[in-house]
Design a protein around this ligand. Structure first.
Ligand SMILES: NC(=O)C1=CN([C@@H]2O[C@H](COP(=O)(O)OP(=O)(O)OC[C@H]3O[C@@H](n4cnc5c(N)ncnc54)[C@H](OP(=O)(O)O)[C@@H]3O)[C@@H](O)[C@H]2O)C=CC1
Ligand SMILES: O=C(O)[C@@H]1CCC=N1
Length: 263
């Protein structure tokens, strides 16, 4: 299998590095096209992959991971017009629908994947959608590619867009919350590094607990929240500040932006 990454930034780079580390991709069979010469050189030096600013001979490539920004997708799709029939192409781009992608390169087998950056540490969440009956036999193979970087759910395309706004963008929300918690620690007088360590480990531990126990988050929250105690006082103040509605509105604004990018 010869795999080509087009784009290896925050997201493509996370999947690339983890897959190489896990030896699920071999450097000699992996091609990477990026925009800058400097980045191509670094990829070659760091990973030994075939990295360049030019596309390789596409007749030798079996799977392409499209990891460029939605705004440059049109230009990249133009360059893929002549890929051999049956090439598997997986787009990571937010918003751009499978019908648009497939109309641009109809002879390819199309998938959309919506991973997230914790893929870099093998703790990613990827939503995956196959385009049409012709893609279905290849789904297992594509799932395997993304299982290297975390958990995979096969979903319908409308749900993939919702998951872009929840889990795709989600690490961004989590880091804002983490930073805010650390700031609160500093406000109380904690040293910054201790406050960040405590905030990060607490979010990590809470996420791990939710995933491993399978409990509803409200049940886990109740375990922390003694009647008349301190945590409920904190939660009440946060709710007064609109914590839940801010999260709801944020996720919906993210979905609206992803729909705009797809137009
Ligand atoms: N970041 C995230 O958390 C997530 C992103 N996505 C999706 O992944 C895609 C990539 O996002 P992200 O990784 O954040 O973006 P980045 O800006 O971090 O990376 C973009 C990559 O595309 C390369 N590039 C730009 N133009 C071209 C071109 N014309 N030909 C080839 N390569 C090009 C860049 O090269 P160079 O490095 O040389 O600049 C860079 O490696 C987006 O469509 C986004 O919607 C999906 C889920 C999560
Ligand atoms: O912000 C973005 O557009 C990308 C898509 C999902 C997460 N990050």
């Amino acid at each position: 299998m010869q795999t080509l990454f087009i784009g290896a930034g925050a997201m493509g780079g996370a999947i690339l590095s983890r897959s190489l580390q896990a030896k699920k991709l071999l450097p000699e069979n992996t091609y990477v096209t990026v925009k800058s010469e400097e980045h191509a050189y670094t990829l070659l030096e760091d990973f030994g992959v075939n990295a360049s600013t030019q596309l390789p001979d596409l007749s030798t490539i079996t799977t392409i991971i499209l990891a460029v920004k939605p705004q440059v997708m049109k230009c990249v799709l133009d360059q893929l017009k002549d890929v051999p029939e049956g090439t598997i192409i997986i787009s990571l781009a937010a918003g751009i629908t499978l019908s648009t992608l497939s109309a641009a390169v109809p002879q390819a087998i199309w998938f959309r994947a919506m991973p997230n950056t914790p893929a870099a540490v093998g703790a990613g969440m990827t939503a995956l959608t196959a385009y049409g009956e012709q893609a279905k036999p290849y789904t297992k193979q594509v799932v395997k590619l993304f299982e290297v970087v975390g958990v995979v759910s096969i979903v319908e395309e409308s749900h993939l867009d919702c998951l872009s706004a929840l889990s795709g963008a989600g690490p961004g929300y989590m880091f804002v919350i983490m930073d805010a918690l650390a700031d609160a620690g500093v406000r109380m007088g904690l040293p910054r590094d201790l406050a960040i360590k405590a905030a990060a480990q607490t979010m990590y531990g809470a996420g791990k607990m939710a995933v491993e126990s399978g409990e509803h988050p409200a049940v886990l929250r109740d375990q922390v929240t003694s009647p008349g105690g301190t945590t409920i006082a904190g939660i009440a103040a946060m709710e007064k500040g609109g914590l839940r509605s801010a999260l709801h509105d944020g996720v919906l604004a993210c979905l609206a932006r992803s729909n705009e990018l797809g137009k």
